[in-house]
Design a protein around this ligand. Structure first.
Ligand SMILES: NC(=O)c1ccc[n+]([C@@H]2O[C@H](COP(=O)([O-])OP(=O)(O)OC[C@H]3O[C@@H](n4cnc5c(N)ncnc54)[C@H](OP(=O)(O)O)[C@@H]3O)[C@@H](O)[C@H]2O)c1
Length: 291
């Protein structure tokens, strides 16, 4: 069962599921928001009872980083309480949970890629609520995996790459912050990796106790460098102006450095995502924006 099916990762999972044989794809059940309001615990329980999923992929989250400062309660309901409820369901029913978390659990105070043993210290409500969700799952400890990812983009939903492409099309001025550095991650590749993991016959046994791993595109970039690469790949002649975060009035603080090391993913599971520049060019091709 895939929750959050109408979001960016949810749509990417749906697109990647098209590569599965029909019989396997029919095992997947995508639940969009229109079908289930996840703040409604009773409706969620009913849905879980009805489908009795053996594996849940939680692609649902409250992801509006600035609005989370205003809608604190709602952000925590989705990012913490829902994860706790899903973890309890999984634990009680011998099911497994694949959950996604974020690089924003870190405060950006270090200058080398964050590993799973680095201490989180989120700067904003989004990061705090996502960290609380991770901790709920780790405490309840159902079978499953938390994949911390970062700077997701794709041809679906709301994301930085789509915003920049749209501004390039409109010929708008591009002003982009150059003092936040992260790991751009193509949601289609993350989705393909999630599907590969859950389709393995031993997923539940392999992750019998909740584990946490980082899973992000290789390399690092500032938003400014990412925008410059989009401009280059789309052969646009629009100039990109670098601005500092101070000039960008945002409600929520963001980490200056949140690059994730995915080395443990490679060491433990033999999996990795490609370098971000390569993934970006594939995404832009899918969007019809480059050759
Ligand atoms: N996007 C990033 O840059 C990024 C970075 C690091 C980690 N992550 C993590 O990656 C995962 C996927 O992110 P994403 O980019 O796919 O996020 P997204 O596009 O915002 O998708 C989240 C989905 O959850 C749904 N949702 C929110 N509240 C709900 C509710 N009360 N009931 C039912 N559905 C609800 C949203 O519906 P609506 O669209 O109707 O609100 C949306 O479809 C999340 O765990 C996120 O924290 C994302």
């Amino acid at each position: 069962m895939i929750l959050g099916a109408s979001g960016q990762l949810g749509q990417a999972l749906n697109a990647e599921a098209m590569n599965l044989p029909d019989a396997t794809r029919r095992l997947l059940c995508f639940i969009p928001r229109q079908a289930l309001e996840l703040t409604d615990s009773r409706a969620l329980k009913h849905c879980l009872q009805q489908y009795s999923p053996s594996i849940i992929i939680n692609a649902c989250a409250y992801t509006n980083v600035d609005e989370a400062e205003r809608q604190v309660e709602l952000a925590w309901l989705i990012n913490q309480q829902l994860v706790a409820e899903l973890s309890h369901y999984a634990k009680a029913n011998g099911a497994a949970l694949l959950h996604c978390s974020t690089d924003y659990v870190f405060n950006g105070g270090q200058h080398q890629p964050y590993t799973e043993i680095d201490t989180p210290a989120p700067l904003n409500q989004y990061g705090k609520s996502k960290l609380a969700g991770e901790n709920a799952m780790l405490d309840i400890a159902p079978a499953g995996l938390i994949l911390r990812t970062s700077w997701l983009y794709s041809e679906f939903g709301h994301n930085f790459v789509r915003r920049i492409v749209s501004k390039i099309r409109q010929g708008s001025l591009l002003q982009v912050v150059n003092d936040q550095i992260g790991s751009p991650t193509y949601a289609r590749e993350l989705a393909a990796l999630c599907i590969k993991l859950v389709m393995a016959p031993d997923f539940t046994e392999r992750f019998a106790k909740t584990r946490l791993l980082h899973c992000a595109g290789q390399g690092q970039a500032s938003w400014y460098q990412l925008a410059q690469e989009i401009v280059r790949l789309t052969r646009s002649d629009i100039a990109v102006a670098a601005v500092s975060s101070n000039q960008w009035l945002a409600l929520a603080k963001r980490p200056a450095f949140s690059v994730l090391s995915s080395e443990a993913l490679t060491e433990q599971l033999g999996l990795s995502l490609p370098p971000w520049q390569h993934s970006l060019s594939i995404c832009l091709q899918k969007m019809g924006q480059s050759e």
